[in-house]
Design a protein around this ligand. Structure first.
Ligand code: NI
Ligand code: MN
Length: 235
């Protein structure tokens, strides 16, 4: 059984239980909610939505230790490669094939620079086809109407959506986003790590589930959500 494990903030590990471990936005060092230390993770692929410190996190060190490639937008991945990481530069619209399926880069409305102030290109979200299960990681973003298009073009099974507000969508926007995506399941992220992004995930769950058939799964850092592997051809 494959799983999506929440490691705190916007960090997730998608694991097929065999030989594919996709790590997203590994902000662990300095994260008061981190459920793992970077040394304990052994990803085969690292995805970065943007360059902010709470997303770039420990990615470069983990890549250098494990050899896992960092995939993301051109400017950010080139920055990581200049620091010795293994990288795969790409950009929005691109669909990168992997042996579990593919990863597509989709828009996010935010900004992107690294902690030392380097311009890091555009921020993105990712749509991940993991053996036929489509996982949308929105990255840091406000709501935008083309979330409906992402759902309609590709189909989203599980959406990982920020709910903390201030820097991203808040609960009312994330409720609307869930409806636009027409996903089966939503896992909230990017809340309660720091005081400015405090949010009540139970309130989000009650409101989404009372007005739709969408299921909200609240994961505590360290908890995992099991997903089926369909072994379908990409849709
Ligand atoms: Ni950010
Ligand atoms: Mn952030």
């Amino acid at each position: 059984m494959a799983s999506i494990k929440f490691l705190g903030h916007s960090c997730f590990m998608i694991d097929d239980g065999k030989n594919n471990r996709v790590l997203i936005d590994p902000f662990l060092t300095g994260n008061p909610m981190a459920a793992s230390s970077p040394e304990d993770l052994n990803p085969t692929l690292i995805l970065l939505t943007h360059g902010h410190g709470d997303h770039l996190g420990d990615a470069i060190e983990i890549s250098k230790r494990t050899g896992a490639e960092i995939m993301g937008v051109f400017e950010l991945v080139n920055y990581c490669m200049s620091k010795g990481a293994n990288g795969h530069p790409a950009h929005m619209g691109g669909t990168i094939p992997y042996n579990f399926g593919w990863v597509k880069l989709v828009p996010a409305f935010h900004s992107s620079s690294t902690p030392d102030g380097t311009y890091a290109g555009n921020p993105v979200g990712f749509l991940i086809n993991f053996y036929g299960h489509h996982i949308y990681h929105a990255g840091d973003t406000g709501i935008f109407g083309d979330m409906e298009l992402i759902g309609r073009l590709h189909g989203v099974d599980t959406a990982l959506l920020p709910i903390g507000g201030t820097f991203t969508m808040d609960i009312p926007e994330a409720i609307e986003a869930s409806g636009m995506l027409k996903c089966e399941t939503v896992i909230p992220m990017h809340y309660n790590t720091f005081p400015p992004i405090e949010a009540d995930a139970e309130e989000f769950k009650e409101k989404v589930e009372s007005r739709s058939d969408i299921k909200v799964v609240i994961l505590e850092p360290g908890e995992a959500y099991k997903i089926p592997l369909h072994f379908q051809t990409p849709r």
